[in-house]
Design a protein around this ligand. Structure first.
Ligand code: C2O
Ligand code: CU
Length: 579
Protein backbone atom coordinates (compact mmCIF):
# COMPACT_ATOMS: atom_id res chain seq x y z
CA UNK A 1 0.00 0.00 0.00
CA UNK A 2 2.70 2.41 1.04
CA UNK A 3 4.83 1.57 -1.97
CA UNK A 4 1.83 2.03 -4.26
CA UNK A 5 1.34 5.49 -2.77
CA UNK A 6 5.01 6.21 -3.34
CA UNK A 7 4.69 5.14 -6.91
CA UNK A 8 1.77 7.46 -7.46
CA UNK A 9 3.69 10.30 -5.87
CA UNK A 10 6.68 9.69 -8.11
CA UNK A 11 4.43 9.44 -11.11
CA UNK A 12 2.67 12.67 -10.24
CA UNK A 13 5.92 14.45 -9.61
CA UNK A 14 7.01 13.50 -13.13
CA UNK A 15 3.87 15.05 -14.56
CA UNK A 16 3.83 18.26 -12.57
CA UNK A 17 7.45 18.81 -13.51
CA UNK A 18 6.49 19.17 -17.09
CA UNK A 19 3.62 21.47 -16.33
CA UNK A 20 6.03 23.66 -14.43
CA UNK A 21 4.14 23.31 -11.17
CA UNK A 22 6.07 22.80 -7.98
CA UNK A 23 7.05 19.15 -7.69
CA UNK A 24 5.97 16.98 -4.81
CA UNK A 25 8.42 16.92 -1.97
CA UNK A 26 8.41 13.95 0.31
CA UNK A 27 10.31 14.26 3.54
CA UNK A 28 10.46 10.51 4.14
CA UNK A 29 11.94 8.14 1.60
CA UNK A 30 12.69 4.46 1.48
CA UNK A 31 15.78 3.49 -0.49
CA UNK A 32 16.01 -0.22 -1.14
CA UNK A 33 19.49 -1.08 -2.32
CA UNK A 34 19.22 -4.21 -4.41
CA UNK A 35 20.36 -5.84 -7.61
CA UNK A 36 18.28 -5.26 -10.71
CA UNK A 37 18.77 -6.01 -14.41
CA UNK A 38 19.60 -3.23 -16.84
CA UNK A 39 20.45 -3.31 -20.53
CA UNK A 40 22.70 -0.87 -22.37
CA UNK A 41 24.64 -1.42 -25.62
CA UNK A 42 22.65 -4.66 -26.01
CA UNK A 43 24.32 -6.03 -22.88
CA UNK A 44 22.25 -6.94 -19.86
CA UNK A 45 23.77 -7.00 -16.43
CA UNK A 46 22.68 -7.23 -12.86
CA UNK A 47 23.78 -4.22 -10.87
CA UNK A 48 23.20 -2.43 -7.59
CA UNK A 49 20.51 0.22 -7.72
CA UNK A 50 18.17 2.05 -5.40
CA UNK A 51 14.56 0.87 -5.80
CA UNK A 52 15.52 -0.77 -9.08
CA UNK A 53 15.93 2.62 -10.76
CA UNK A 54 18.92 3.77 -12.78
CA UNK A 55 19.71 6.59 -12.24
CA UNK A 56 18.15 6.39 -8.81
CA UNK A 57 15.17 8.39 -7.52
CA UNK A 58 15.35 12.17 -7.35
CA UNK A 59 14.86 13.73 -3.92
CA UNK A 60 12.93 17.03 -3.99
CA UNK A 61 13.13 19.29 -0.97
CA UNK A 62 13.22 22.93 0.03
CA UNK A 63 16.05 24.85 1.57
CA UNK A 64 16.30 24.04 5.26
CA UNK A 65 14.22 20.86 5.11
CA UNK A 66 15.01 17.80 7.13
CA UNK A 67 14.71 14.75 4.87
CA UNK A 68 14.69 11.25 6.33
CA UNK A 69 15.81 8.34 4.20
CA UNK A 70 15.54 4.73 5.28
CA UNK A 71 18.35 2.83 3.59
CA UNK A 72 17.45 -0.83 3.38
CA UNK A 73 20.21 -3.09 2.12
CA UNK A 74 18.59 -5.94 0.20
CA UNK A 75 21.78 -6.56 -1.78
CA UNK A 76 24.73 -8.86 -1.37
CA UNK A 77 27.18 -5.96 -0.84
CA UNK A 78 28.07 -3.64 2.01
CA UNK A 79 26.76 -0.18 1.25
CA UNK A 80 26.78 3.42 2.47
CA UNK A 81 24.89 6.37 0.97
CA UNK A 82 26.30 9.91 1.02
CA UNK A 83 24.48 13.23 0.48
CA UNK A 84 27.07 14.91 -1.66
CA UNK A 85 27.28 18.66 -0.95
CA UNK A 86 24.88 18.58 2.01
CA UNK A 87 26.73 20.12 4.95
CA UNK A 88 24.90 18.13 7.63
CA UNK A 89 25.41 20.66 10.41
CA UNK A 90 26.70 19.01 13.59
CA UNK A 91 25.55 15.64 12.36
CA UNK A 92 28.27 13.68 10.54
CA UNK A 93 26.52 10.47 11.69
CA UNK A 94 24.36 10.49 8.55
CA UNK A 95 27.04 11.69 6.13
CA UNK A 96 27.37 8.13 4.87
CA UNK A 97 31.12 7.87 4.26
CA UNK A 98 32.39 4.34 4.59
CA UNK A 99 34.91 4.03 7.46
CA UNK A 100 35.12 7.78 7.96
CA UNK A 101 31.69 8.51 9.45
CA UNK A 102 30.18 5.02 9.60
CA UNK A 103 30.70 1.35 9.05
CA UNK A 104 28.79 -0.01 6.09
CA UNK A 105 25.24 -1.28 6.15
CA UNK A 106 25.72 -5.00 5.71
CA UNK A 107 23.38 -7.17 3.61
CA UNK A 108 19.98 -7.56 5.23
CA UNK A 109 20.37 -4.52 7.48
CA UNK A 110 19.05 -1.00 7.43
CA UNK A 111 19.91 2.48 8.62
CA UNK A 112 17.69 5.55 8.95
CA UNK A 113 19.66 8.56 7.69
CA UNK A 114 18.78 12.19 8.23
CA UNK A 115 19.73 14.53 5.42
CA UNK A 116 19.88 17.91 7.12
CA UNK A 117 19.61 20.74 4.63
CA UNK A 118 20.79 24.17 5.75
CA UNK A 119 21.98 26.86 3.33
CA UNK A 120 22.03 24.66 0.21
CA UNK A 121 19.70 25.67 -2.61
CA UNK A 122 19.98 24.37 -6.15
CA UNK A 123 21.16 20.94 -7.21
CA UNK A 124 23.17 18.30 -5.37
CA UNK A 125 23.20 14.53 -5.56
CA UNK A 126 23.40 11.41 -3.45
CA UNK A 127 25.60 8.42 -4.18
CA UNK A 128 27.01 5.25 -2.66
CA UNK A 129 30.22 5.92 -0.75
CA UNK A 130 31.66 2.43 -0.37
CA UNK A 131 34.00 0.71 -2.87
CA UNK A 132 32.90 1.69 -6.40
CA UNK A 133 29.17 1.12 -5.99
CA UNK A 134 28.45 4.71 -6.86
CA UNK A 135 28.93 3.79 -10.52
CA UNK A 136 25.29 2.68 -10.46
CA UNK A 137 23.96 3.94 -7.12
CA UNK A 138 23.29 7.66 -7.50
CA UNK A 139 20.50 10.17 -7.99
CA UNK A 140 19.76 13.90 -7.91
CA UNK A 141 18.82 16.08 -4.95
CA UNK A 142 16.84 19.12 -6.00
CA UNK A 143 16.54 21.86 -3.42
CA UNK A 144 13.93 24.52 -4.13
CA UNK A 145 13.65 27.88 -2.37
CA UNK A 146 11.41 28.00 0.72
CA UNK A 147 7.74 28.59 -0.20
CA UNK A 148 7.99 32.24 0.85
CA UNK A 149 10.96 32.92 -1.42
CA UNK A 150 11.69 32.83 -5.12
CA UNK A 151 14.64 32.12 -7.36
CA UNK A 152 17.14 34.90 -8.01
CA UNK A 153 16.07 34.64 -11.66
CA UNK A 154 12.68 34.57 -13.43
CA UNK A 155 10.72 31.45 -12.58
CA UNK A 156 11.55 28.80 -15.18
CA UNK A 157 8.89 26.93 -17.12
CA UNK A 158 10.19 23.51 -16.01
CA UNK A 159 12.96 21.79 -14.08
CA UNK A 160 14.97 19.17 -15.92
CA UNK A 161 17.59 17.01 -14.16
CA UNK A 162 20.42 15.83 -16.43
CA UNK A 163 22.70 13.29 -14.78
CA UNK A 164 25.96 12.28 -16.41
CA UNK A 165 27.23 8.79 -15.69
CA UNK A 166 29.35 5.92 -16.96
CA UNK A 167 28.63 2.40 -18.12
CA UNK A 168 30.81 -0.67 -18.07
CA UNK A 169 29.46 -3.83 -19.68
CA UNK A 170 31.20 -5.73 -16.88
CA UNK A 171 30.04 -5.75 -13.31
CA UNK A 172 31.55 -2.77 -11.50
CA UNK A 173 32.74 -5.06 -8.69
CA UNK A 174 34.77 -6.97 -11.20
CA UNK A 175 36.21 -3.75 -12.64
CA UNK A 176 37.09 -2.65 -9.11
CA UNK A 177 38.66 -5.93 -8.05
CA UNK A 178 40.78 -6.15 -11.19
CA UNK A 179 41.81 -2.56 -10.69
CA UNK A 180 42.95 -3.39 -7.17
CA UNK A 181 44.74 -6.55 -8.22
CA UNK A 182 46.50 -5.01 -11.22
CA UNK A 183 47.67 -1.80 -9.62
CA UNK A 184 47.05 0.34 -12.69
CA UNK A 185 44.16 2.25 -14.27
CA UNK A 186 40.81 0.44 -14.31
CA UNK A 187 39.23 -1.06 -17.42
CA UNK A 188 38.09 1.41 -20.07
CA UNK A 189 34.48 2.48 -19.83
CA UNK A 190 32.11 1.19 -22.50
CA UNK A 191 29.77 4.16 -22.66
CA UNK A 192 29.02 7.61 -21.36
CA UNK A 193 25.46 8.13 -20.17
CA UNK A 194 23.02 11.02 -20.07
CA UNK A 195 20.14 10.31 -17.69
CA UNK A 196 21.16 6.68 -17.80
CA UNK A 197 21.26 6.38 -21.60
CA UNK A 198 24.27 6.46 -23.93
CA UNK A 199 22.35 8.10 -26.78
CA UNK A 200 21.85 7.24 -30.41
CA UNK A 201 25.50 7.44 -31.48
CA UNK A 202 25.90 4.16 -29.57
CA UNK A 203 24.53 0.79 -30.66
CA UNK A 204 21.10 -0.27 -29.39
CA UNK A 205 20.30 3.10 -27.83
CA UNK A 206 18.05 4.94 -30.28
CA UNK A 207 14.84 3.83 -28.57
CA UNK A 208 15.86 5.01 -25.15
CA UNK A 209 17.87 8.13 -25.92
CA UNK A 210 17.07 10.96 -23.53
CA UNK A 211 14.67 13.33 -25.31
CA UNK A 212 13.80 16.70 -23.93
CA UNK A 213 10.62 18.00 -25.55
CA UNK A 214 10.41 21.78 -25.32
CA UNK A 215 8.05 24.56 -26.35
CA UNK A 216 9.34 27.60 -28.17
CA UNK A 217 9.95 30.77 -26.18
CA UNK A 218 10.26 29.23 -22.72
CA UNK A 219 13.01 28.99 -20.12
CA UNK A 220 14.03 25.54 -18.87
CA UNK A 221 16.02 25.10 -15.70
CA UNK A 222 18.55 22.34 -16.28
CA UNK A 223 19.96 20.74 -13.17
CA UNK A 224 23.14 18.99 -14.20
CA UNK A 225 24.95 16.46 -12.04
CA UNK A 226 28.27 14.84 -12.88
CA UNK A 227 28.13 11.37 -11.39
CA UNK A 228 31.11 10.36 -13.54
CA UNK A 229 33.78 8.26 -11.82
CA UNK A 230 36.47 9.95 -13.84
CA UNK A 231 36.73 12.62 -16.58
CA UNK A 232 36.05 16.31 -16.66
CA UNK A 233 33.71 16.92 -19.60
CA UNK A 234 32.40 19.60 -21.90
CA UNK A 235 28.62 19.66 -22.31
CA UNK A 236 27.04 21.50 -25.23
CA UNK A 237 23.64 22.00 -26.83
CA UNK A 238 23.78 22.58 -30.57
CA UNK A 239 22.68 26.06 -31.59
CA UNK A 240 21.99 27.28 -28.06
CA UNK A 241 23.76 29.31 -25.46
CA UNK A 242 22.87 28.72 -21.83
CA UNK A 243 23.07 30.82 -18.66
CA UNK A 244 24.74 29.30 -15.61
CA UNK A 245 22.91 30.38 -12.44
CA UNK A 246 24.28 28.03 -9.81
CA UNK A 247 26.89 25.45 -8.91
CA UNK A 248 27.15 22.89 -6.12
CA UNK A 249 23.91 23.95 -4.45
CA UNK A 250 24.68 27.67 -4.35
CA UNK A 251 23.58 30.39 -6.77
CA UNK A 252 26.00 32.24 -9.01
CA UNK A 253 25.88 35.42 -11.01
CA UNK A 254 24.38 34.67 -14.42
CA UNK A 255 27.07 33.47 -16.82
CA UNK A 256 26.19 33.26 -20.49
CA UNK A 257 28.18 30.54 -22.21
CA UNK A 258 28.04 28.17 -25.15
CA UNK A 259 29.47 25.25 -23.15
CA UNK A 260 29.47 23.81 -19.63
CA UNK A 261 32.62 22.38 -18.12
CA UNK A 262 31.87 19.99 -15.26
CA UNK A 263 34.01 17.65 -13.18
CA UNK A 264 33.05 14.56 -11.18
CA UNK A 265 31.20 15.61 -8.03
CA UNK A 266 30.15 18.98 -9.42
CA UNK A 267 26.64 20.14 -10.18
CA UNK A 268 25.68 23.08 -12.39
CA UNK A 269 22.30 24.80 -12.62
CA UNK A 270 21.70 26.58 -15.89
CA UNK A 271 18.86 28.12 -17.85
CA UNK A 272 18.11 27.15 -21.42
CA UNK A 273 16.00 29.49 -23.50
CA UNK A 274 14.21 27.85 -26.37
CA UNK A 275 14.77 30.70 -28.77
CA UNK A 276 15.95 28.86 -31.89
CA UNK A 277 14.04 27.72 -34.98
CA UNK A 278 11.94 24.66 -34.11
CA UNK A 279 14.02 21.61 -34.87
CA UNK A 280 15.91 18.76 -33.23
CA UNK A 281 19.25 19.61 -31.61
CA UNK A 282 21.78 17.32 -30.02
CA UNK A 283 22.82 17.81 -26.42
CA UNK A 284 26.19 16.11 -26.06
CA UNK A 285 29.19 15.82 -23.80
CA UNK A 286 32.77 14.90 -24.46
CA UNK A 287 35.84 14.28 -22.38
CA UNK A 288 37.99 17.32 -21.77
CA UNK A 289 41.29 16.12 -23.22
CA UNK A 290 44.63 17.76 -23.34
CA UNK A 291 45.48 19.80 -26.42
CA UNK A 292 46.42 18.03 -29.63
CA UNK A 293 50.07 19.03 -29.20
CA UNK A 294 50.23 16.94 -26.02
CA UNK A 295 51.98 13.71 -26.86
CA UNK A 296 51.53 11.87 -23.54
CA UNK A 297 49.95 8.47 -24.15
CA UNK A 298 46.21 8.28 -24.52
CA UNK A 299 44.46 7.28 -21.37
CA UNK A 300 43.29 3.66 -21.29
CA UNK A 301 40.33 4.85 -19.20
CA UNK A 302 38.24 5.24 -22.33
CA UNK A 303 38.27 3.44 -25.66
CA UNK A 304 40.11 5.10 -28.50
CA UNK A 305 36.95 4.87 -30.61
CA UNK A 306 34.71 6.37 -27.95
CA UNK A 307 31.77 8.52 -28.99
CA UNK A 308 30.06 11.31 -27.07
CA UNK A 309 26.91 10.65 -25.11
CA UNK A 310 23.93 12.43 -26.59
CA UNK A 311 20.38 13.45 -25.85
CA UNK A 312 17.99 15.28 -28.15
CA UNK A 313 16.36 18.64 -27.61
CA UNK A 314 13.08 18.45 -29.53
CA UNK A 315 10.95 21.51 -30.14
CA UNK A 316 7.27 20.58 -30.27
CA UNK A 317 5.17 21.95 -33.13
CA UNK A 318 4.42 21.46 -36.78
CA UNK A 319 7.61 21.23 -38.78
CA UNK A 320 9.67 18.63 -40.52
CA UNK A 321 12.61 17.63 -38.33
CA UNK A 322 16.00 17.26 -40.01
CA UNK A 323 17.13 13.71 -40.86
CA UNK A 324 19.65 14.00 -38.06
CA UNK A 325 19.77 16.58 -35.24
CA UNK A 326 22.36 19.32 -35.45
CA UNK A 327 25.55 18.31 -33.58
CA UNK A 328 27.40 20.96 -31.53
CA UNK A 329 31.03 21.86 -32.24
CA UNK A 330 33.25 21.31 -29.20
CA UNK A 331 35.83 23.76 -27.85
CA UNK A 332 39.49 22.91 -28.27
CA UNK A 333 40.86 21.95 -24.89
CA UNK A 334 43.93 23.73 -23.70
CA UNK A 335 45.72 23.26 -20.40
CA UNK A 336 43.95 26.18 -18.79
CA UNK A 337 40.37 25.43 -19.88
CA UNK A 338 39.35 24.23 -16.44
CA UNK A 339 40.85 27.35 -14.91
CA UNK A 340 39.14 29.58 -17.41
CA UNK A 341 35.68 28.18 -16.71
CA UNK A 342 35.89 27.95 -12.92
CA UNK A 343 37.38 31.44 -12.59
CA UNK A 344 34.33 32.80 -14.43
CA UNK A 345 31.91 31.44 -11.80
CA UNK A 346 30.98 34.13 -9.27
CA UNK A 347 28.76 34.08 -6.19
CA UNK A 348 25.79 36.41 -6.11
CA UNK A 349 27.30 38.11 -3.05
CA UNK A 350 24.37 40.48 -2.50
CA UNK A 351 22.09 41.30 0.43
CA UNK A 352 19.77 38.36 -0.11
CA UNK A 353 22.61 35.96 -0.88
CA UNK A 354 25.54 37.20 1.17
CA UNK A 355 28.91 35.53 1.35
CA UNK A 356 31.31 35.30 4.23
CA UNK A 357 34.85 34.72 2.98
CA UNK A 358 37.26 34.33 5.91
CA UNK A 359 39.81 37.14 5.83
CA UNK A 360 42.01 36.59 8.88
CA UNK A 361 43.33 33.09 8.38
CA UNK A 362 44.24 31.00 11.43
CA UNK A 363 45.12 27.81 9.54
CA UNK A 364 47.22 28.17 6.40
CA UNK A 365 47.49 24.80 4.73
CA UNK A 366 49.55 23.91 1.69
CA UNK A 367 48.42 20.56 0.25
CA UNK A 368 50.42 18.94 -2.53
CA UNK A 369 48.53 16.44 -4.70
CA UNK A 370 50.51 13.64 -6.32
CA UNK A 371 50.19 10.44 -8.22
CA UNK A 372 52.83 8.06 -6.87
CA UNK A 373 54.32 4.64 -7.43
CA UNK A 374 54.98 1.76 -5.07
CA UNK A 375 56.70 -1.57 -5.74
CA UNK A 376 54.18 -4.28 -6.41
CA UNK A 377 54.35 -7.32 -4.18
CA UNK A 378 51.46 -9.28 -5.66
CA UNK A 379 51.89 -11.39 -8.76
CA UNK A 380 48.64 -10.05 -10.17
CA UNK A 381 50.17 -6.65 -10.96
CA UNK A 382 50.42 -5.53 -14.56
CA UNK A 383 53.73 -3.74 -13.97
CA UNK A 384 56.49 -3.84 -11.39
CA UNK A 385 54.93 -1.00 -9.48
CA UNK A 386 51.39 0.02 -8.68
CA UNK A 387 49.89 3.48 -8.75
CA UNK A 388 49.21 5.30 -5.54
CA UNK A 389 48.18 8.84 -4.79
CA UNK A 390 48.80 11.18 -1.91
CA UNK A 391 48.23 14.54 -0.27
CA UNK A 392 51.43 15.99 1.21
CA UNK A 393 53.03 12.65 0.44
CA UNK A 394 50.62 10.82 2.75
CA UNK A 395 48.60 8.09 1.10
CA UNK A 396 45.63 7.45 3.34
CA UNK A 397 44.93 3.95 4.60
CA UNK A 398 41.32 3.39 5.55
CA UNK A 399 40.90 2.27 9.16
CA UNK A 400 38.95 -0.82 10.14
CA UNK A 401 36.45 1.10 12.16
CA UNK A 402 35.02 4.51 11.46
CA UNK A 403 37.12 7.55 12.34
CA UNK A 404 34.02 9.25 13.70
CA UNK A 405 33.23 6.42 16.08
CA UNK A 406 36.84 6.26 17.23
CA UNK A 407 36.91 10.02 17.81
CA UNK A 408 33.56 10.09 19.61
CA UNK A 409 34.32 7.12 21.86
CA UNK A 410 37.99 7.92 22.32
CA UNK A 411 39.14 4.61 20.82
CA UNK A 412 42.92 4.71 20.44
CA UNK A 413 44.96 3.41 17.52
CA UNK A 414 42.47 4.12 14.73
CA UNK A 415 43.94 7.41 13.48
CA UNK A 416 46.71 9.86 14.36
CA UNK A 417 46.01 13.60 14.70
CA UNK A 418 49.09 14.68 12.76
CA UNK A 419 48.26 15.17 9.12
CA UNK A 420 51.02 17.49 7.78
CA UNK A 421 50.02 21.07 6.98
CA UNK A 422 52.85 21.39 4.46
CA UNK A 423 54.54 18.87 2.15
CA UNK A 424 57.26 16.84 3.81
CA UNK A 425 59.45 17.33 0.77
CA UNK A 426 59.48 20.50 -1.29
CA UNK A 427 60.44 20.35 -4.95
CA UNK A 428 59.66 22.21 -8.13
CA UNK A 429 56.16 20.73 -8.17
CA UNK A 430 54.94 21.41 -11.67
CA UNK A 431 58.15 21.50 -13.65
CA UNK A 432 60.56 18.80 -12.56
CA UNK A 433 59.74 15.17 -12.87
CA UNK A 434 61.42 13.43 -9.96
CA UNK A 435 62.83 9.95 -10.25
CA UNK A 436 60.51 7.13 -9.33
CA UNK A 437 61.95 6.60 -5.89
CA UNK A 438 61.26 10.19 -4.98
CA UNK A 439 57.63 9.62 -5.71
CA UNK A 440 57.11 7.05 -2.95
CA UNK A 441 54.52 8.23 -0.43
CA UNK A 442 54.14 7.10 3.15
CA UNK A 443 51.01 5.43 4.49
CA UNK A 444 48.93 6.69 7.39
CA UNK A 445 45.45 7.24 8.73
CA UNK A 446 46.24 10.78 9.76
CA UNK A 447 43.66 13.49 10.43
CA UNK A 448 44.04 17.24 10.60
CA UNK A 449 42.50 18.71 13.77
CA UNK A 450 40.76 22.07 13.49
CA UNK A 451 39.48 24.22 16.33
CA UNK A 452 35.87 25.24 16.16
CA UNK A 453 35.56 28.36 13.98
CA UNK A 454 39.15 28.17 12.75
CA UNK A 455 39.50 30.10 9.49
CA UNK A 456 41.17 27.85 6.98
CA UNK A 457 42.93 28.49 3.72
CA UNK A 458 44.14 25.61 1.58
CA UNK A 459 46.46 26.05 -1.35
CA UNK A 460 46.14 22.87 -3.41
CA UNK A 461 49.31 22.46 -5.44
CA UNK A 462 49.27 19.94 -8.23
CA UNK A 463 52.43 18.11 -9.30
CA UNK A 464 53.83 16.79 -12.53
CA UNK A 465 54.29 13.31 -10.99
CA UNK A 466 52.50 10.69 -13.06
CA UNK A 467 52.37 13.16 -15.96
CA UNK A 468 50.04 15.48 -14.14
CA UNK A 469 46.26 15.23 -14.04
CA UNK A 470 43.43 17.49 -12.94
CA UNK A 471 41.97 16.60 -9.54
CA UNK A 472 38.38 17.45 -8.58
CA UNK A 473 38.79 17.83 -4.82
CA UNK A 474 35.64 17.40 -2.75
CA UNK A 475 35.05 18.18 0.92
CA UNK A 476 32.31 16.81 3.17
CA UNK A 477 30.53 18.96 5.77
CA UNK A 478 31.44 22.24 4.05
CA UNK A 479 31.66 24.16 0.84
CA UNK A 480 34.82 26.01 -0.06
CA UNK A 481 35.05 29.56 -1.30
CA UNK A 482 37.02 28.98 -4.48
CA UNK A 483 39.30 32.01 -4.63
CA UNK A 484 41.02 31.08 -7.85
CA UNK A 485 43.14 28.67 -9.85
CA UNK A 486 46.18 29.12 -12.02
CA UNK A 487 49.05 27.40 -13.77
CA UNK A 488 52.49 26.57 -12.39
CA UNK A 489 53.64 26.65 -8.78
CA UNK A 490 51.53 28.88 -6.55
CA UNK A 491 53.53 32.07 -6.17
CA UNK A 492 52.77 33.97 -2.96
CA UNK A 493 53.88 37.30 -4.35
CA UNK A 494 52.28 37.08 -7.77
CA UNK A 495 49.22 34.81 -7.44
CA UNK A 496 47.89 35.98 -4.09
CA UNK A 497 47.15 39.39 -5.56
CA UNK A 498 44.77 37.86 -8.07
CA UNK A 499 42.65 35.83 -5.63
CA UNK A 500 38.95 36.66 -5.70
CA UNK A 501 37.88 37.73 -2.21
CA UNK A 502 34.89 39.68 -3.50
CA UNK A 503 32.53 37.13 -5.02
CA UNK A 504 34.16 33.67 -5.14
CA UNK A 505 31.83 30.74 -5.91
CA UNK A 506 30.87 28.49 -2.98
CA UNK A 507 31.71 24.99 -4.15
CA UNK A 508 31.90 21.55 -2.56
CA UNK A 509 34.15 20.28 -5.37
CA UNK A 510 36.94 22.36 -6.91
CA UNK A 511 39.14 21.38 -9.80
CA UNK A 512 42.86 21.60 -9.19
CA UNK A 513 44.19 21.99 -12.72
CA UNK A 514 46.90 19.89 -14.27
CA UNK A 515 50.23 21.70 -13.81
CA UNK A 516 48.56 24.25 -11.56
CA UNK A 517 46.99 25.22 -8.25
CA UNK A 518 43.69 26.14 -6.62
CA UNK A 519 43.11 28.21 -3.48
CA UNK A 520 40.08 27.80 -1.22
CA UNK A 521 38.94 29.09 2.15
CA UNK A 522 36.33 27.98 4.65
CA UNK A 523 35.38 28.62 8.25
CA UNK A 524 35.39 25.51 10.43
CA UNK A 525 31.98 26.17 11.92
CA UNK A 526 30.65 22.64 11.54
CA UNK A 527 31.97 20.31 14.24
CA UNK A 528 32.44 16.72 13.16
CA UNK A 529 34.56 14.33 11.16
CA UNK A 530 34.76 15.31 7.51
CA UNK A 531 36.37 13.53 4.62
CA UNK A 532 38.20 15.34 1.82
CA UNK A 533 39.27 13.52 -1.31
CA UNK A 534 39.75 13.51 -5.04
CA UNK A 535 36.42 12.70 -6.72
CA UNK A 536 38.16 10.59 -9.36
CA UNK A 537 37.44 7.20 -7.84
CA UNK A 538 40.74 5.65 -8.84
CA UNK A 539 42.69 8.48 -7.18
CA UNK A 540 40.57 8.14 -4.07
CA UNK A 541 41.25 4.40 -4.02
CA UNK A 542 44.96 5.07 -4.46
CA UNK A 543 44.98 7.25 -1.36
CA UNK A 544 44.31 10.87 -2.40
CA UNK A 545 42.13 11.49 0.63
CA UNK A 546 42.33 12.78 4.19
CA UNK A 547 40.08 13.64 7.11
CA UNK A 548 39.46 16.87 9.00
CA UNK A 549 38.20 16.66 12.55
CA UNK A 550 36.56 19.91 13.59
CA UNK A 551 36.37 20.09 17.36
CA UNK A 552 33.30 21.15 19.32
CA UNK A 553 32.91 24.77 20.37
CA UNK A 554 32.09 25.81 23.92
CA UNK A 555 28.38 26.47 23.60
CA UNK A 556 25.83 23.65 23.32
CA UNK A 557 24.84 24.70 19.78
CA UNK A 558 28.49 24.44 18.77
CA UNK A 559 28.78 20.78 19.58
CA UNK A 560 28.30 17.64 17.54
CA UNK A 561 24.95 15.93 18.10
CA UNK A 562 24.88 12.43 19.58
CA UNK A 563 24.70 9.39 17.27
CA UNK A 564 21.41 7.70 16.39
CA UNK A 565 20.55 4.35 17.96
CA UNK A 566 20.78 2.38 14.74
CA UNK A 567 24.35 3.22 13.61
CA UNK A 568 25.60 0.18 11.67
CA UNK A 569 28.06 -1.90 13.65
CA UNK A 570 31.71 -2.04 12.69
CA UNK A 571 32.32 -5.74 12.46
CA UNK A 572 33.06 -6.59 8.83
CA UNK A 573 36.58 -6.07 7.59
CA UNK A 574 36.58 -3.76 4.57
CA UNK A 575 37.96 -4.49 1.14
CA UNK A 576 40.33 -1.67 0.34
CA UNK A 577 43.17 -0.97 -2.03
CA UNK A 578 46.14 -2.91 -0.64
CA UNK A 579 49.84 -2.46 -0.87
CU1 C2O B 1 30.68 12.67 -3.82
CU2 C2O B 1 33.09 11.82 -0.72
O1 C2O B 1 31.86 12.17 -2.24
CU1 CU C 1 42.66 13.07 -8.56
Amino acid sequence: MISAMKFILLFLSGIVLHLGITPVQALLHRFEVRRSLHTRLCTTKSMLTVNGQFPGPTIYARRGDLVTVDIVNLSDRNITIHWHGVKMPRYPWSDGTNLVTMCPITPGNKFRQRMILSDEEGTLFWHAHSDWSRATVYGAIIILPPTTESYPFPKPHAQIPILLGLWWNDDIDEVYQNFIAEGRDPAAVDAFLMNGQPGDLYPCSTQDTFRLKVETGKTYHIRMVSALMHFIVFFKIAGHNVTVVGADGSYTKPLNTDYILIGPGQTIDFLLETNQPPSHYYMAYKIYTRGSNDTTPRSPLFRSDYVPSTGILEYVGNYTPPPSPLFPPFPEAWPSTTIYFSNKLRSLANDKHPIDVPINITEKLFFVLSINLWPCRANSCLESDRFLASINNVSMIMPETSVLEAYYKGIKGVFTPNFPDHPERVFNFTYVSLGQNASHPRFATAVYMLDYNATVEIVFQNTILGNGLDHPIHIHGYSFYHLGSGLGNFDEARDRLNLNLVDPPFMDTVIVPRFGWTVVRFKASNPGVWYMHCHYDRHQSWGMKMVFIVKDGDRPEEKMLPPPQDMPRCDTPPLDYYY
